[in-house]
Design a protein around this ligand. Sequence first.
Ligand SMILES: Nc1ncnc2c1ncn2[C@@H]1O[C@H](COP(=O)(O)OP(=O)(O)OP(=O)(O)O)[C@@H](O)[C@H]1O
Ligand SMILES: [Mg+2]
Length: 253
Amino acid sequence: MSKIIAIANQKGGVGKTTTSVNLGAGMATLGKRVLLVDIDPQGNTTSGVGVNKADVANCIYDILINEVEPAETILETMIDGLHIIPATIQLAGAEIELVSTISRELRLKKALNAVKGKYDYVIIDCPPSLGILTINSLTAADSVIIPIQCEYYALEGLSQLLNTVRLVQKNLNPHLMIEGVLLTMLDARTNLGIQVIEEVKKYFQEKVYRTIIPRNIRLSEAPSHGQSIITYDPRSKGAEVYLELAKEVISYE
Ligand SMILES: Nc1ncnc2c1ncn2[C@@H]1O[C@H](COP(=O)(O)OP(=O)(O)OP(=O)(O)O)[C@@H](O)[C@H]1O
Ligand SMILES: [Mg+2]
């Protein structure tokens, strides 16, 4: 059975893309068939797995707006079992173009229905907003992973996200669950990190993953080489923790 997981937080730069790419790569390395879906006009997941956006013929925009078949957009990556539906800057227009479309919140769900059977996991990298692209993702998803950066104001803005999750549950997708909360970019040398961990655990309790992602320079280097951490530096701490996270997420099957 396939599971569709959205990686969402409207706050920018909290590790959504890093988690999509490396959790996906980790799962594929563990033998799962994984489809990444880049639904962020920034297209960082797309370039992060080595796809040259200039060479992309059809992207997620064409699925949402032009009703192109998803199978015509799927690309392979350098990791066996890891495929991607890419995004290009063209997607920036979709928010506005979708406004006047019938059942605009259901576009991604309908499209993924056609391909999800081929995969164990579909991982959707959401943009840093709660607009129609994130709503499409939450409507298509079985569950959502919320990355939270171990920084000041970590919980700020989360009530908006949780409110959006509730609205989607009520109106569009009653099955949507919170898969887990992931603490990212922990700097273990500071007390602040420890405080944030405690605060987030108090709020989300057993939903918080045991695996905590530390700050790791190799994780921030990998995207500029168009690679996940698993191939860029398999011996790094970053590769170790994202594989651990992949095992943890798979264990909840
Ligand atoms: N664990 C980490 N250690 C070091 N750097 C990291 C780590 N996680 C993410 N980064 C870096 O932090 C920046 C933001 O991460 P990322 O792009 O994954 O966040 P995002 O939530 O997808 O951002 P956006 O909201 O813009 O889409 C990137 O430059 C990334 O390489
Ligand atoms: Mg991103």
